[in-house]
Design a protein around this ligand. Structure first.
Ligand SMILES: CSCCC(=O)C(=O)COP(=O)(O)O
Ligand SMILES: [Mg+2]
Length: 252
């Protein structure tokens, strides 16, 4: 593992909750491939899906968020008047804002790219074997990402290491709650029928690490090559899972 060793051997950890971008998957794939892929196809997707009730519902949610959005560029776009919701969605993509409706629309667009072979997700080299090892040990694996659950399942279902979805038992996105709020981690622990001290959370975002720790989870800060933020605060860093041994949970 990274610079420090973490005493997870006797920690009682039975669940591992993983962020995706900057944690199991390079930031560059999300920022330089996935986001531009969705941005380039958003207008034609909205045109094609204009009678799809699920898409219309997501657009209503985005329009509502836009009305309440005080951020300067969003407000300026609103004041222009008559501007299409597509322009607001493009703004959110450029700003890497994590609005759930946008994340679900992105997931629907990426689904087409994964299906036609244009997209395939790279994971950090140590990740697939660590997931296999932990799963084999009886640890419960779960995902918590700003990407929609559909997008998460697409990413792990079309990874360069194959379809890894079966290794995960639970999937959570920001419909469960913001990743910077301690309550979200309590909700996730409850949804997995466990308690926060039995969960190890790994993320590259310090605010997410702090929220999970405040809820009582074990936390490691993901310090991967290419991550824009490398300050771990008070958390132990991890750069590679090859040496991350987590004691198996008691049987039964
Ligand atoms: C699930 S793949 C796309 C990831 C994404 O859209 C994103 O915003 C990354 O956020 P994360 O919480 O995984 O760091
Ligand atoms: Mg992340």
């Amino acid at each position: 593992m990274g610079e420090s060793s973490t005493p997870l051997g006797r920690s009682g950890v039975s669940h591992v909750l993983l962020d995706i971008e900057g944690t199991t998957c390079p930031v560059s794939f999300v920022a330089d491939t996935l986001f531009p892929y969705a941005a380039a196809r958003m207008a034609s997707f909205l045109e094609t899906e204009q009678n799809n009730p699920a898409v219309l519902q997501l657009l209503e949610q985005a329009a509502q968020a836009w009305e309440e959005d005080d951020e300067a560029a969003a407000a300026a776009l609103r004041q222009k008047g008559g501007t299409a919701i597509g322009d607001y969605l493009q703004l959110l993509i450029r700003q890497d804002r994590k609005l759930p409706a946008l994340k679900e629309l992105q997931g629907l667009i990426w689904a087409q790219g994964y299906a036609n072979g244009e997209l395939r997700s790279p994971l950090f080299a140590d990740v697939p074997s660590a997931l296999e090892r932990w799963h084999h040990q009886g640890l419960v694996l779960a995902v918590y990402s700003s990407g929609s659950v559909k997008a998460q399942q697409l990413l792990y279902g079309h990874s360069e290491a194959g379809d890894l979805r079966a290794l995960f038992r639970f999937w959570f996105d920001t419909r469960t709650g913001p990743k910077q709020a301690a309550q979200s981690y309590r909700t996730i622990a409850a949804a997995m029928a466990t308690s926060p001290p039995q969960v190890l959370f790994i993320s590259d975002a310090l605010a997410e690490c702090q929220a999970a720790a405040a809820a009582g989870m074990h936390v490691l800060f993901s310090d991967r090559e290419g991550n824009p933020a490398r300050d771990p605060g008070s958390f132990a860093r991890i750069a590679d899972y090859s040496g991350l041994e987590i004691a198996s949970p008691p049987a039964g």
